[in-house]
Ligand binder design. Sequence first.
Ligand SMILES: Cc1ncc(COP(=O)(O)O)c(C=O)c1O
Length: 413
Amino acid sequence: MSPIAPDYAFATPFLNPPASPIRSLMPYAMRPGTISLAGGYPAQELFDVEGLSVASTQVMARLGGCLQYSNIDGQASLREQLARLSAARGLRCNPDTELAVTGGSQQALALLSRVMLQPGDHAVIETPAFPNSVQALRYTGAAVHTVPSGPQGIDLDALDELAARVKPKMVCVVASFSNPCGATLARERRLRLLELAVRHRFLVVEDDPYSELRFDGEAVPPIAALAEGEARHWAVYLSSMSKTMAPALRIGWLVAPAEIRRRCVGAKAADDMACSAWIQEVVAQYLANGRYDEHVPRIRAAYGLRCDAMAGALARELDGRIRFSKPQGGMFFWARLTGDVDATRLLPYAIEHEVVYVPGKAFYANPAEADLHAMRMSFATMNEAQIAEGMVRLGRALTACEANEPVSVSLAA
Ligand SMILES: Cc1ncc(COP(=O)(O)O)c(C=O)c1O
């Protein structure tokens, strides 16, 4: 290969690909002995290996029929099961015309973005948000605007004002246990969001990987499930098996008005032709066996204990130095350092003390809006004892940082 790269004429959205601050933390998070609260991974020891093995064995017995290309919109068996699962959450749909299987909810958002957006268009996402969602919107070349989100979810007054001004085609939210805020949009706020969608004629896109991980309080139906009359044309629902079954399956789904769904399926044909028929059959079999309904409560219970452990240890070890609101589900605490030290300055000290979190600024589409004192801590992958120890270490790291002690770890700015 030539030592000097040619001046490739990259497409505009790919000219300056952003570095991933979360991925760059992973080498530290993987160090033996380190307590990592940084990842967005679900707990590996809670994967239902036995249930998936049983389903796999059943599918193996009819493997010959599962090695062909799948229908682009997904295997009929899986679409039927996913329609049943969506209905259990309150969202009824036709599995043949309104639902399609996707490669995780990430691909669902990427397909939808491609179908709806082009340069010159406007889209809105709450901030802070999952960086890959922001990128899915940005890669279309559309202008991506942000609306602040907090413990109650997206600020609807700010959205109303922005929508009147920029006329977005899509507004994206994680309405249940958002990543990174852990926030949930209450039912009446979901209804108001639908009203805004109808008035301003934008699609409300709810990305929902987390709602089934509720360990406290009452379930709130998906936004699309609350849509009546004209609002039904403006609501799209995306979900995923990544946090409740396993991310390696790469199975998610979308529920959308038929005209939108049809175009997303066309985009998927151009993207990856279809998800693996084999894996889809395993997921469908697992669901048909009733294992999903049996297993998800176990994950929920374990995460509930871990969340309690984090809330207790934060209050005990960092009383007054970190503020937080306790989520009712999902995997994340969004916490805020109350003193002069910000989350980026603290991080090398934390790494030295063998505990890792993600500074909140990684989740802001617009760096100028970032809350530099915020941090995201996942309680999903560590057990209660590790979480408690992690908070002890974080307290020590904060003390060392406040005292300006020398630190051996240096991180790129
Ligand atoms: C808000 C959000 N959307 C989408 C995803 C990706 O999910 P999937 O594995 O289904 O593509 C994640 C994963 O962390 C997420 O937090």
